[in-house]
Design a protein around this ligand. Sequence first.
Ligand SMILES: [Zn+2]
Length: 218
Amino acid sequence: MKTRENYLECQKYWMDESRKAVDADDRVMGMLCLRNLVELSDKWDALHNHNKENDEPWSSIEAPEVKPEQMVLFHTAVENLIKFLTAGNATFTIESEKTQKYYTYKITRKESNEYNKPGEFIYFCSVMSGGADQYSYMAVFDPETFGLRFTAKSKFNMESPAVKAILYFFNGLREGKIQEHLKVYHAGRCGKCGRELTDPESIELGLGPICRQGGLDA
Ligand SMILES: [Zn+2]
């Protein structure tokens, strides 16, 4: 289980990285990340405790009236769900059973840029905003802490409903569970290559037969 200590460790990592940055742009970006992280860690306890007390942090907020093309309910273990989310091209929807409000997100994976090391991945999380296949970039997703890191390009923050909703989902995953009253769907497509899923096992896992073994279906 990830705790605030893990999160602070992550914060320290970014502090070190921003100090090491030689390029001026990198340094500015590092400082922006740091500022966001400090802000985040201050809110961490409040958010975490809030979620413990109220199982529906987003019950009072308005979710966009944007319906994804297809919604296939996940019936799988949390570890499979995490594999799907980090596969590289995962489109998924979370829905509140209580309010029937939902958000659709996309987590894409890029290999190595200036903020991570070669062979490591960076994950970008977006939310569907203006209709099918229109996504707004939210933040960088950290699969180690199940946290979000806001970068300069993001127009979202901790108060954004779409951010609160996904962090509620992530808080559950961090504890090895899917939150009560929360339904998770994939879009009927492989979380890695985006191909349509046809056989029952692929539909269950959200990954095609070759992709789930580390290859690529396409
Ligand atoms: Zn695939």
